[in-house]
Write a new protein. Structure first.
Length: 136
């Protein structure tokens, strides 16, 4: 219960401190012609859509600017970051990172216009290299 209250206080503080960044529950997301809106609104959405686990921890954050996705963060039920992707023009673009539940980096790689590019490095849960895949 304390964790849920703490998360709510943090969200309240964030919304006061960063009043220009809007935060909505992901259930309010609506897609029209590849552009994201809040249901029953006419302006493309700018801000965060949040999905939470039943325990109150954040499961997923999706950041939009003018209705176009620009970043996704996913979290494990324990609150640990599991994935971070950046987007450009609605496609994965830039660095992608995936993590194990213990916080250890699992994979890092680059994307360009939705396609894997360059060397993607993967790791075991103990941090040792698992190998590389080269996307050309």
């Amino acid at each position: 219960m304390k964790k849920i209250v703490l998360i709510l206080v943090i969200f309240l503080f964030m919304s006061i401190s960063y009043s220009e960044e809007r935060i909505e529950d992901i259930s309010k997301l609506e897609k029209k012609d590849e552009i994201i809106y809040v249901i029953n609104e006419n302006e493309p959405y700018s801000g965060l859509f949040i999905k939470t686990y039943k325990n109150g921890n954040i499961q997923r954050e999706e950041k939009y600017i003018n209705g176009i996705i620009c970043e996704v963060k996913s979290y494990y039920k324990n609150g640990q970051l599991s994935l971070i992707d950046t987007y450009q023009n609605g496609k994965v673009h830039g660095e992608c990172r995936m993590y194990y539940k213990n916080g250890q980096l699992a994979l890092i790689g680059e994307y360009k216009n939705g396609q894997a590019e360059g060397i993607h490095k993967s790791y075991y849960e103990n941090g040792n290299s698992r190998g590389d895949i080269n996307y050309k």
